[in-house]
Design a protein around this ligand. Structure first.
Ligand code: 7PM
Length: 266
């Protein structure tokens, strides 16, 4: 899954897909084509910055950022389109515009989100986050992070199923960096097989995340080697989808995991 941020303040593409305060659709189409050529089979389109401390975005602004991008890419790129949103109106409009997956960092907890996702008929990714983006990194605490995240995801799966979403249309994500210390992130990575035992494919986003800075002191531009290691470690522990900024490099790293798995199975 390649990350396609359409926010003016996105932390890792620095608003490069923005010009004069609007999404630059030519630049986005170009970036999307490059990611697909590099091996992405999913593109994650996000119009809300969930960066710790980021300003909340209005529904109208999020719609204006995301929907034209989905419209521009749907049917034009050879990849599935994921919409990174917690906003019911954005889910509905993105589904109408041709999106294939709803990726919600709030796991459909906003008012109306469960109903909107169910009505869209699209598969959903439910991510764990403790707190909200403005404050989540202040002082995250858990009784036992793995048990807490597992319990949360289990509860959200039940809520989805009660809302009419098929079990087979649900992906789960431990939400690395979303209300977690380095120790919490590492415990969750080690316990990925336990989360996989919930019976849903796992989506994992570790690319360029701040645990790399905290462990190694790397700036955002220096985080590729550690991001690749984390992608491989996650894939080895059963992650089905890796969310990544550096698609070509990540695809090569994951191809090696797949090659070894095939050789081992043969
Ligand atoms: C600052 C910090 C800016 C973190 C952006 C981010 C995930 C996601 C994001 C994830 C799923 C980023 C994140 N992370 N959706 N959206 N899983 N499902 O690294 O880990 O792009 S935003």
């Amino acid at each position: 899954m390649g990350v396609l941020n359409v926010t003016p303040d996105s932390f890792s593409d620095g608003g490069q897909l923005y010009r004069a305060g609007r999404a630059d659709l030519d630049a986005i189409l170009h970036r999307a084509d490059a990611m697909v050529a590099a091996g992405a089979s999913l593109l994650d389109i996000g119009g809300e910055s969930t960066r710790p401390g980021a300003e909340p975005v209005t529904e109208a602004e999020e719609l204006a950022r995301v929907v034209p991008v989905v419209e521009a890419l749907a049917g034009r790129v050879d990849a599935m389109l994921s919409v990174d949103s917690s906003t019911p109106a954005v889910m509905c409009a993105a589904a109408d515009a041709g999106a294939h997956l709803i990726n919600d960092v709030r796991a459909l907890r906003r008012r109306g989100a469960l109903e909107a996702a169910a009505a869209s008929g699209l598969p959903v990714c439910l991510m764990h986050m403790q707190g909200s983006p403005e404050t989540m990194q202040a002082d995250p605490r858990y009784v036992d992070v793995v048990t807490d995240v597992e319990g949360f995801l289990h509860e959200r799966v039940a809520a989805c199923r009660a809302a009419g979403i098929d079990a087979g249309s649900i992906l789960l994500d431990p939400g690395f960096g979303f209300g977690k210390t380095v120790a919490h992130n590492l415990a969750l990575l080690a316990a990925l097989p336990r989360l996989g035992a919930l019976g849903h494919p796992l989506l994992v986003g570790l690319s360029r995340k701040s645990l790399i800075a905290k462990l190694l002191g790397r700036s955002v531009e220096e985080r590729l080697p550690a991001s690749l290691a984390l992608a491989v470690l996650a894939a080895e522990r059963g992650a089905s989808i890796i969310r990544a900024h550096d698609v070509a490099e990540t695809a090569d790293a994951l191809a090696m995991v797949a090659a070894l798995a095939e050789a081992g199975a043969a």
